[in-house]
Design a protein. Structure first.
Length: 128
């Protein structure tokens, strides 16, 4: 048997039957030993609506677990899933669901293409 095996983690999500809601799923797989802590977070705050399924054994002796969170679609940005396991030491796995974009990043995404467009127009105009 293993001494410790690091988990792999990934996120998925889909719309629920309730309008405007998402079911976010944090998948954690391939870890050993069985004890693992998985939680949906916003900043450093645990999301109390996190629902954990019982760990499921893989044929190779490692484990799989899902942690689900049902949220309003507009509240999903800024959430993360945090995984703690003995194999990770102090290096938790943190996966982010749709980070919030800062105003400066949005401004940059608008201004840079506009500047490029103006430069291209000026270059094109000079050639004709």
């Amino acid at each position: 048997m293993f001494s410790v095996v690091k988990p792999e983690a990934w996120l998925s999500g889909h719309s629920t039957l309730k309008s405007g809601r998402l079911l976010l799923v944090c998948h954690v797989s391939g870890f050993y030993p069985k004890p693992v802590w998985v939680m949906w977070m916003r900043d450093e705050q645990e999301q109390l609506g996190t629902k954990h399924e019982d760990p499921f054994p893989h044929a190779d002796g490692t484990w799989y677990l899902r942690a689900n969170l049902d949220v309003a679609a507009e509240d999903a940005a800024g959430l993360s899933c945090r995984v703690r396991h003995s194999s990770l030491g102090d290096q938790d796995i943190i996966l982010y669901w749709g980070r919030r974009l800062s105003a400066s990043l949005i401004s940059l995404a608008v201004i840079v293409p506009l500047i490029l467009l103006i430069v291209l127009m000026l270059l094109f105009k000079k050639r004709w």
